[in-house]
Design a protein around this ligand. Structure first.
Ligand SMILES: Cc1cc2nc3c(=O)[nH]c(=O)nc-3n(C[C@H](O)[C@H](O)[C@H](O)COP(=O)(O)OP(=O)(O)OC[C@H]3O[C@@H](n4cnc5c(N)ncnc54)[C@H](O)[C@@H]3O)c2cc1C
Length: 470
């Protein structure tokens, strides 16, 4: 009789779960386990939107498992210590999990593997989080790509040859008897914290409903609406993808099926799928270059002089910079744990090019507050905005927050939703309220954009030339 444990992490689902399928094929009895690691979810972190969403998903997974007669074991502690003990307690010899390639996770998983194998157990680790790992999509000279467009083309060529759907529900073996589970409800944070009332409903059923709704409606206008923060035009699936509540393969499979049955959807679906490929691209960059979490991808910007400006940083965090599109984005983030992609680009550009504050401070803040906070996509987005990344925005292209606001939120609906102080300012000046002549309680601009633009150009140019001289 072979027994195994599946260690759930960022794969909180039963359908199309590669390592779970692999375990199910190898054992007669099993149990699922989740380890709440205090290094990731301890203390104040427990209140972060991301962790509260995770615990909600976990509770729903527990219910799904319970319906199948399987208890979910939830333990708190360091996985390297908890898992070997649990294997011993349950007399299980196999541990399965889906790989996670962030530096912290890779190091932790290697340690877990060592202790399990040392005590005679075996580990089944599978790639599941992305369709293709960086090493699966190589250029003609056998190198991983560092630029998105050729990567995307190669990615789709590979997909055409080898589509990877496995949207099956694992045939679950019987549970190992006699082990007490811990209800996730005990661990769920009770209310409060940022984004409390706005967090999306966790769990696979909610993710599948959202995907269905998106493919039935918004995807039709995705090409036009995806950049409009005033419209609800994107899928909002990022938190579910972040925790693997739905798999990227399930998303691609369902979207391709929708486009096959309704030709009108093709344009929107193609654009949306390319966004999922961005997610794969950034995951690959982090896997190949773990240093990017701490360092510029482009070393030519290493001599860049960033401002030490705690006041400016505070104003940015609080949505009090006096630039409406920036403040609306930051207030949306603080209130809901999510921010529209266009707003993410604008606020990141404002922090790095107007306030000249190091992108690492912004990336940390985002990771703390985003419900979808993902080290690879977040790093990719920040380094893109700061011009230090792979195919980053060139340093001389600096977003003008007023122009961005007018272009992507022409009637100021997004602005007014998040900045009630500007409710009575007419559309024409809602992006530059200082021109309206209307007295409001809205904060004054903390910098002059034109001046800061010139300063940023100077700093970036100097950084590059210093690097060349070195
Ligand atoms: C500074 C900055 C930080 C970001 N941080 C994160 C983050 O921590 N986590 C995160 O998931 N995304 C991040 N993004 C990417 C993007 O903003 C979000 O994925 C997107 O807004 C999520 O909303 P959605 O699910 O409605 O997206 P949709 O438009 O419906 O896209 C579908 C999916 O494609 C993926 N995707 C879309 N755009 C991108 C992108 N530019 N890069 C990588 N994947 C993408 C996401 O998984 C998304 O759920 C960041 C972007 C920027 C500019």
């Amino acid at each position: 009789m072979t027994r195994g444990l599946h260690w759930f992490r960022n794969d909180l689902r039963l359908q199309d779960n590669t390592a779970l399928n692999a375990l199910a094929a190898r054992v007669d009895q099993w149990l699922p386990v989740f380890v709440l690691d205090p290094r990731l979810a301890g203390g104040a972190r427990r209140q972060a939107p991301r962790i509260r969403f995770l615990l909600d998903c976990l509770e729903r997974l527990r219910c799904d498992l319970q319906k199948r007669g399987v208890p979910l074991l939830v333990r708190e502690g360091i996985p390297e210590e908890v898992l070997p003990k649990l294997l011993h307690e349950t007399r299980a010899s196999l541990l399965s999990f889906n790989e996670d390639t962030t530096p912290f996770a890779a190091c932790r998983d290697a340690a877990v593997r060592r202790v399990v194998e040392r005590s005679g157990g075996r580990v089944v680790a599978c790639s599941d989080r992305v369709v293709f790992r960086a090493s699966d999509v190589l250029s003609a000279v056998g190198e991983p790509y560092a630029v998105y467009t050729p990567y995307r083309n190669a990615w789709w060529k590979r997909w055409a040859k080898e589509p990877r759907y496995a949207a099956r529900l694992a045939r679950l073996p019987a549970p190992i008897p006699g082990i007490a589970a811990v209800a996730v409800r005990d661990l769920r944070a009770d209310g409060g914290g940022t984004g409390a009332g706005y967090l999306p409903t966790g769990g696979g059923a909610a993710a599948r409903r959202r995907l269905t709704r998106f493919l039935d409606t918004e995807v039709r206008r995705y090409r036009e609406d995806r950049d409009r923060p005033d419209r609800d035009g994107t899928s909002r699936l990022s938190p579910y993808l972040r925790f693997g509540v739905i798999s990227v393969r399930q998303c691609i499979g369902r979207a391709e099926e929708a486009a096959r049955t309704d030709a009108v959807l093709r344009g929107g679906v193609a654009k949306w799928l390319d966004e999922l490929v961005w997610r794969e691209f950034y995951a690959g960059i982090l896997e190949q270059h773990p240093r990017v979490l701490r360092e510029n991808y482009r070393r030519e910007y290493d001599p860049m002089v960033w401002n030490d400006d705690p006041q400016g940083f505070r104003a940015w965090c609080d949505g009090q910079t006096g630039f409406p599109i920036v403040d609306a984005g930051m207030r949306q983030l603080r209130a809901t744990g999510w921010m529209h992609n266009r707003a993410r680009m604008v606020v990141a550009s404002f922090l790095t090019k107007d306030l000249l504050i190091d992108w690492r401070a912004g990336a940390r803040f985002f990771l703390t507050h985003l419900v979808d906070g993902d080290p690879a996509s977040n790093n990719g987005g920040w380094q893109w905005a700061a011009s230090t990344g792979t195919d980053a925005q060139p340093y001389f292209r600096i977003f003008n927050p007023i122009v961005q606001g007018k272009r992507w939120d022409p009637k100021g609906r997004y602005i007014r939703r998040w900045i009630p102080e500007l409710r009575d300012v007419p559309d024409e000046s809602v992006h530059s309220p200082w021109e309206s002549g209307i007295a409001t309680t809205y904060v004054q601009r903390i910098v002059d954009h034109a001046e800061r633009r010139a300063l940023a150009l100077d700093r970036f140019r100097n950084a590059r030339s210093r690097m060349v001289r070195r």
